[in-house]
Write a protein that binds this ligand. Structure first.
Ligand SMILES: Nc1nc2c(c(=O)[nH]1)N[C@H]1C(S)=C(S)[C@@H](COP(=O)(O)OP(=O)(O)OC[C@H]3O[C@@H](n4cnc5c(N)ncnc54)[C@H](O)[C@@H]3O)O[C@H]1N2
Ligand code: MOO
Length: 403
């Protein structure tokens, strides 16, 4: 069968076609909701604040009563009630009256403004007011934050601290979320050693297993299998079969190049997996392939940890975004400026590591080969160097994706 080499955009279109949006939802308490994806719109049951409230410690009164008041000619009002936060007013404020009020307490009917206590003599029975105010100055109306029935959060949004706070402010203690996508991560390579063990000659520590698994969790997935697999076809087959039984997506690394022990494609084909594409026209990680094993998408990433990271962000993340119907997770391109020069050109688009702040991107000095991971420390974006562009200088415009 002929080789299918796709651009990143074509690969992302393929992913949209083969990964279906999950319909499975569950309930999560607000304490469990961080990072989860809302599966239905969240509407306010009640207005917030539920009553007009005081933004200051002071006196609630009628603005008409204090017109022209100042320190030399104060207005005296009778204090008819004291209202702390949590109390509900019993009195209606009439002309010539005021209520002592604390921040957060309901403003009583009849009053239309609150004068800060610093602008009074702090009187208890009678208070002197030293300033004039307009109606609804220093006044938080009912529903100032949101009204009952208002849509506060749209389905497909990812819950973060602010959104959890918004849900809580609307009185929700549980929200409906999309069930977590279950992902199996298999790294392949007979040279891979488990961190914490002693390296034998020829071995290298398996960084990608931990890197990819943690990234899946950061993106809201559940890692259901984490296996490091020897370059042995039968072992790999067994692991892939198990993974297909329990996972919605499978991510493998290594074994996709042309070497004698590069078995991943071969094994997947022997298992009857359908090939979606063989290669991506991009550097690094051009040997990245996508298969479908019994309907489960299998992302076969290349072994070099940085190349695996690039395709984790461009492709696996696109799949997770699709699964959740969450556009915020999708690796959208943004535009920025380089703060460093970049010398290499490429026959295809190339992604390099960078650190972005305010649209300005610093590149680490050297150490950018796809097997090098340590210089990723502190990086927060992947910068796209378009095919044919060479000798990029500081100040040039580039596209990047945030990670
Ligand atoms: N003759 C050719 N050789 C290679 C080509 C080519 O076109 N012709 N392509 C190169 C490119 S580009 C890449 S990318 C790699 C992809 O190779 P594989 O995906 O088969 O990856 P491996 O050979 O298994 O590993 C590559 C490299 O990364 C190390 N590795 C692998 N897994 C891990 C891990 N989990 N943690 C840390 N390091 C890992 C591995 O030891 C190798 O050094 O092929 C090129 N070759
Ligand atoms: O595509 Mo590879 O990661 O450049 O060596």
């Amino acid at each position: 069968m002929s080789e299918r080499c796709v651009t990143v955009q074509e690969a992302q279109n393929d992913i949209r076609m083969i990964v279906s949006k999950s319909r499975e939802t569950e309930e999560a308490t607000l304490l469990e909701a961080g990072g989860r994806i809302l599966s239905e719109n969240l509407r306010a049951g009640k207005s917030s604040p539920p009553f007009p409230r005081s933004p200051y410690d002071g006196y609630a009164l009628r603005a008409a009563d204090i017109q022209g008041a100042n320190k030399k000619q104060p207005v005296c009002l009778k204090v008819v009630e004291k209202l702390c936060a949590g109390k509900y007013p019993k009195q209606v404020i009439g002309s010539g009256e005021a209520a002592r009020i604390m921040t957060g307490a309901p403003i009583p009917n009849g009053a239309d403004t609150v004068v800060k206590q610093e602008d009074t003599d702090y009187g208890e029975g009678i208070v002197q007011i030293y300033r004039s105010q307009n109606p609804y100055d220093h006044y938080c109306p009912q529903g100032e934050d949101f009204l009952a029935g208002e849509k506060l959060l749209t389905k497909g949004l990812r819950m973060d601290a602010i959104r959890i706070g918004i849900a809580a402010s609307a009185g929700c203690d549980r929200i409906r979320v999309v069930k977590k996508v279950r992902v199996a991560v298999l790294t392949t390579g007979s040279e891979l050693a488990k961190p914490g063990t002693k390296l034998r000659p020829g071995q290298i520590y398996d960084s990608s297993l931990y890197l990819i698994s943690e990234r899946i969790r950061e993106l809201g997935g559940e890692v259901v299998r984490m296996n490091s697999v020897l370059d042995e076809p039968e072992i790999l087959k067994g692991r892939l079969r198990e993974a297909a039984r329990c996972a919605d997506l499978i991510v493998t690394t290594g074994g996709v190049s042309v070497g004698e022990k590069d078995l991943t494609r071969q094994v997947l084909s022997q298992m009857g997996a359908d090939k979606v594409f063989d290669r991506v026209f991009v550097k690094p990680g051009s040997p990245t392939a996508l298969f479908r094993l019994e309907e489960t998408p299998v992302f076969a990433l290349s072994g070099n940890p940085f190349a695996a990271t690039v395709h984790m962000e461009l492709l696996v993340r696109a799949a997770i975004a699709r699964w959740y119907g969450c556009d915020e997770l999708f690796p959208h391109e943004k535009r920025g400026f380089l703060l460093s020069n970049f010398g290499k050109s490429a026959v295809s688009d190339r992604y390099i590591r960078g650190t972005e702040s305010g649209g300005r991107i610093l590149l680490p000095n050297g150490k950018e080969r796809s097997g090098i991971l340590s210089s990723m420390n502190g990086c927060n974006c992947l910068v796209k160097i378009e095919q044919g562009r060479a000798n990029l200088r500081e100040g040039e415009r580039v596209c990047y994706i945030k990670i």
